[in-house]
Design a protein around this ligand. Sequence first.
Ligand code: BES
Ligand code: MN
Ligand code: MN
Length: 458
Amino acid sequence: MMNLNTVDKYIESNKDRFLDELIDLLKVPSVSADPAFSKDVHRAAELLASRLKEIGIDKVEICPTAGYPIVYGEKIVDEKLPTVLVYGHYDVQPADPIELWTSPPFEPVIKDGKIYARGACDDKGQMYMHVKAVELMMKTDGLPCNVKFMIEGEEEVGSDNLGLFVKANKERLKADLVLISDTGMIANDVPSITVGLRGLSYIQVEVTGPKRDLHSGLYGGAVGNPINVLCDMIASLQDENKRITIPGFYDGVIEVSADERAQMAKAPFSEAEYCKELDMKATQGEAGYSTLERATIRPTLDVNGIWGGYTGEGAKTVLPSKAYAKISCRLVPGQNPDKITKLLLSHIEGMAPDSVKVKVKPHHGGQPYLTPTNFTGYQAAHKAMETTFGKAPLPMRSGGSIPIVAMFEEELGLKSVLMGFGLDSDAIHSPNEHFGIFNYLKGIQTIPFFYQNLADLS
Ligand code: BES
Ligand code: MN
Ligand code: MN
């Protein structure tokens, strides 16, 4: 029987090692998006696999895929006990712009109680909490549930190969639920559990005007400038209320009930602090929705990058031949990423004036997901956080995406519990990403109670 005393004592006497081990993992620049780091991504998988073996996990395997491998391992203590499938990722986002980091992204440092490094929060720090929590249980009162680890190296690039792995390994992945720490909570003194993830649709647009760059004096005014045209097209995708104008875009969107919106509005949130933290005078977004709602329960359309023409020093008078943009939509329950991607493709190609040619290609996408609050997995997490934080966690929808989560439900029939310990201010995907030592240790402390509660509730 797990108790707070045992858990705290083990953490207290091992926390320096817990930190050192995480630091070792953070030193490996496992950037999945950039082939230059390919060796390092493999090295991170090997390090993780050896750490799983060290704590006594069985059948540890580095499973090759067409891309980066999946690290698998399991500990079955009793077939009759519930089985937790732990999912996480050991790959990280690229570190650039490097010059904005106050310390090098792959040389972790501890400052003001936080560990600074790329991947500290997303997701090495949060994923490794599970390894250490399982160690803690095995070294103290024993595992109250069976556990299977499935840690991938391609989350930040769309998890395509994990999808294939899941389909091909249904027997091996049999479990009662999936447990994931790859999200955040409201604040260190306001615990919350993520109950919703948005989906994603991502495309790239290429606009071609004249067949070569032109002198903007000789041709300017008479020729379709692909950058101007691209900007016009993008601007027309949203109206003055910041509603997306693509016909059919909102079809099927499941509106959040007034009741749930009222619940959401109770979460502590300050518009002024939000603006201050981001150094903005004001927020903006879809009319009729609060900032928190716009960022979690509403679909969006954003340009992630736009380029073309002359961007070097000084001024070159040129009318460019080509312009490009990367555009993403965050999707909510009721929307289908494949359908939205097709809509985007045909709408954008169809709206092009005759002065240009437009090509649109799809990138990766992902389904939205909702975790029900009335199943044992959610209740086990709720009770665990209540024990370790001393107050009940709030259910909260997140605006981010973890594309594979919907597939766990579709292919394995498993619901996912999104018990994350990060904070919005941890700067994931940004320079100076960090993870609080408080949060890291809180995760290691809370996870054993999740296992105990799940065993008790089952
Ligand atoms: N861990 C994040 C997603 C996340 C962060 C969800 C915080 C909720 C709260 C994940 O690693 C991520 O970055 N996902 C990508 C999607 C992927 C297809 C690149 C995203 O949301 O942009
Ligand atoms: Mn992540
Ligand atoms: Mn990420």
